[in-house]
Design a protein around this ligand. Sequence first.
Ligand SMILES: [Zn+2]
Length: 46
Amino acid sequence: MEGYCITCQKIIAMKDVKAKTLKNQDKVYEGKCEACDTVIYKKRGN
Ligand SMILES: [Zn+2]
């Protein structure tokens, strides 16, 4: 899976991806940038 890393400022592969629901009820995937370990959230569609 890929997501946008704000540190690398580009779309990059995510590692350790988990499905999660945020406090505001947004359903997301949470993972880490494979290059710099910044946490990346990506919305889960229906
Ligand atoms: Zn990064």
